[in-house]
Design a binder for this molecule. Sequence first.
Ligand code: GTP
Ligand code: MG
Length: 541
Amino acid sequence: MFVATFLSIVRPTLRASRPAALAAARRALATRMGDGDSLPAGFREWREDDAPPALDADADARVSGDFGRAPPPRLRRPAEELAAALEVPDGVCQGCGSKFQAHEESLPGYVPEHVLEGGAGRSAELKPKAVICQRCHGLRYKNALPTDALRVRTDDASPAELRPERFRQLLRGIARKRCVVVAIVDVFDFHGSLVPDLPQMIGDENPLVLVANKADLLPPAVSAAAVERWVRAECRSVGLPAAHSLHLVSCKTGGGLPPLLEKLEGMMARNRMDAYVVGAANAGKSTFINHCLKAFGSGGGGKAPKGEKRRAGHADDGAITTSHLPGTTLGFVRVSMLAGRQSLYDSPGIVLPGQLTSLLDTEELADVVPKKRADHATLRLGEGRSVLLGGLARVHMRAGRPFLFTFYLANAVPVHPTATAKVAEVVEKHAGGLLAPPSAERLEAMGEFEEHVFEIDGRGWDEAAVDVVIPGLGWVSVTGSGSCTVSVEAPRPTAVVTREPLVAVPIRETRKTLVKFTGSKLTNKRGKTMRRKGAAKTKAR
Ligand SMILES: Nc1nc2c(ncn2[C@@H]2O[C@H](COP(=O)(O)OP(=O)(O)OP(=O)(O)O)[C@@H](O)[C@H]2O)c(=O)[nH]1
Ligand SMILES: [Mg+2]
């Protein structure tokens, strides 16, 4: 096994600026709690076959706060001055921006010849309804690609049209235009969705509107102001140019979008600028544009093809294709805004190689990309304990005092604690079954995992010390007193890193909702076994 590639030390200097009194109080608290073997109030020792208490029943009600369904934006102009509509040239798929072609099914834009002649080739007035390519049709209505060859990959095996390098070149052209750049990041996968060459795409002069999307997935107790402060600090630390404005939103529920839409419309109208929506694949760019279409007067609403159900949350006719597959949009898609005076462009997302999602197939992605807020689990792990995150990653408590580990992952990824000494045996026995995704064969194909080792200094039981991020999968927040060595094994080339905790005070939240997962089951307060949401998908495939 390949060991210790990435050593991250949580520097004591991070705490040096805090008031001395607070530090002393923490030290006193840590001492009262003993040498780390005793637990803070509200926690008890975890045993392998422990029956965990139930999640707080009203957690969902408390959560949404600002990120529930939002009212439409209050706009200062009459609707006819704002009218927006999807406008793609003839011969281009409005779902993904690819040029139509009828000769090769495994290339983007494929439409069978009779459809091309009957629909896509006709002028706008004659078109019965918008034709979309076979790839978009598969993603919209079957949640899958017609063929795996149509996937955007980071390796050189894929055709030129599907390579991230082509998309990067397209996006770099934006820097030469005078426009507003709307950069979208997925706040639940922040470090997996921050495009490193974003500054080169924005250009020096263009105003940047930063949008932290998927706020509906964050734990209930997190305040929007705290998340915004955290996003600003993280952006500064990776050298992103200062944003003109920052918005925490959920493009799924519409929460936080009204002020963003007002701001965007104002900037475009005042400066007579077009706007480009950019970001990593899967960040939610197309979902955002579809919201703009709805808010400014033109939206989906077409019917699903006969015999096929319309999927909730999926784009329909009159909208851009969205899906959990990274690399859905393949070209610029234009939306005319402000009654045709300006344009808003969707763009292809960048598939980043360090993201675990780039290794997964569509079925696995359906499990791993979170759709709704998960039940976040907290476990206390001592030396020699490990937690298996489905078959996709393993967290090991290598040395030091026991710490609390809070797992922020999609619900369909099982959190399975075991002894480190038994990991190989448990993986061998349960791969593809209890420990799915992925299937046993796909796990084999992922090859040897790489181990990343981190030295962690605790900040006491009331403040998370660090987040260990597995880009594309989620993160583990580590809390405790003293120090410990933690390692994470994940398939190459997943870039496991540490960062300042997003949820700074996880303990108070998780104390009430302490959940311990064993495989795909959890037990409620009355001792009854409940199936975890999404657990049906974790059976052997
Ligand atoms: N929970 C949640 N899911 C979201 C949100 N916004 C988008 N999604 C989901 O995230 C996935 C990706 O959304 P898209 O809009 O296709 O993302 P994109 O940035 O256009 O992706 P590419 O076209 O691949 O670059 C879809 O499954 C969306 O339903 C959100 O605010 N909350
Ligand atoms: Mg898209």
